[in-house]
Design a protein around this ligand. Structure first.
Ligand SMILES: O=C(O)CCC(=O)/C=C/C=C(\O)C(=O)O
Ligand code: FE2
Length: 314
């Protein structure tokens, strides 16, 4: 049995509008480090904690958390599409254990995932179908959100259950850090957008392209300094990474949801996936960060981080 962790930001803009070559080279080097770490871990199961951006989880029924026993990726923003090789027995076992631990996780036999789940699998494994996975959805976008303490408890419960599987498990987190890309919000959107947030599954290719172009245009304006989207907050990002590295995750329980938005933007809630993977790893004892990378990348509207960690003394 072993647990290891990799957490990384995702961005729809990667490969579309690139930052300066030296920035891309630094990101690639960090991803190379992470790939080497993952190759060394040689996981036979990846538990991937990911948000969704109104593709698989909409306001017709929005759970806080959901474990998928079967899942399909839609292939947005150039990420891989198709069925994920979900380990159904492991998914059921994790869901049962998490429920037994008192965390009311939803369970899906038809989960739809988007770039939030597919991009880190593409980046680390070269595709979404190379290693058995269990996808764990964490709502990071659709307010109202529960407190981050619940995410920590979810992570701890998954970590204990994953350790009991007697497998080499990689805990993979995808999202954030500080960023506030143009993701619609129910309380502020015009009626036609509200309707798609509630029941807009399976948009036409044209509708999908329009949504994606909106994000690409926003990234160009952001990089050009002509956007009114909120600035990235590297200071906040580094403070957050420091807390995760220190292992005392309960400190984060006092960070209110409002403070995330005010200091680091609405989509900084995606760091819930980082909290979950660190809590999962920490559930089995103290851990050590093996590598960490951070850079604020306006071209991608992203405080971009990559962290690897494993149980101390492994
Ligand atoms: O238009 C929509 O409904 C969603 C737009 C979208 O998918 C944006 C995604 C941005 C990220 O995933 C990110 O920067 O983390
Ligand atoms: Fe995202």
């Amino acid at each position: 049995m072993s647990l290891a962790l990799c957490a990384l930001s995702h961005t729809p803009v990667m490969g579309v509008h690139q930052p300066a070559d030296e920035v891309v080279a630094r990101v690639e080097a960090a991803l190379d480090d992470a790939r080497a770490f993952v190759a060394d871990v040689d996981p036979d199961l990846v538990v991937v904690f990911a948000p969704d951006h109104y593709n698989g989880f909409l306001y017709d029924l929005m759970p806080s958390f959901c474990i998928g026993a079967q899942a399909t990726a839609i292939g947005d923003y150039g990420t891989s599409a198709g069925p994920l090789p979900v380990d159904r027995a492991a998914a059921r076992s994790l869901a049962s254990a998490v429920l037994d631990a008192g965390v009311d996780v939803a369970f899906s036999e038809r989960m739809t995932v988007d770039h939030g789940c597919a991009q880190p699998l593409d980046l680390l494994f070269g595709g979404i179908d190379t290693v058995p996975v269990v996808p764990v959805f964490i709502n990071c976008v659709a307010e109202p959100l529960g407190p981050v303490s619940r995410v920590r408890l979810l992570g701890e419960a998954v970590g204990r259950a994953a350790a009991a599987l007697d497998r080499r498990v990689l805990l993979l987190g995808s999202g954030g850090l500080s960023h506030d890309p143009p993701v619609p919000r129910l309380t502020e959107a015009p009626p036609e957008v509200v309707e798609r947030l509630i029941s807009g599954r399976n948009p036409t290719p044209e509708e999908r392209a329009a949504r994606q172009d909106r994000v690409f245009d926003a990234a160009l304006a952001y990089a050009a300094g002509t956007s009114d989207l909120m600035p990235l907050n590297p200071e906040w990002d580094r403070r957050f990474l420091e807390v995760l590295g220190g292992g005392d995750l309960a400190q984060l329980d006092s960070w209110s949801n409002e403070s995330f938005v005010q200091e680091a933007g609405h989509s900084s809630h995606e760091v819930r996936t980082w909290i979950a993977v660190h809590a999962a790893l920490g559930a089995m004892g103290p851990y050590e960060v093996r590598s960490t990378f951070y850079e604020a990348i306006p071209e991608w509207i992203a405080g971009f981080g990559v962290t690897t960690a494993e149980t101390r003394g492994r």
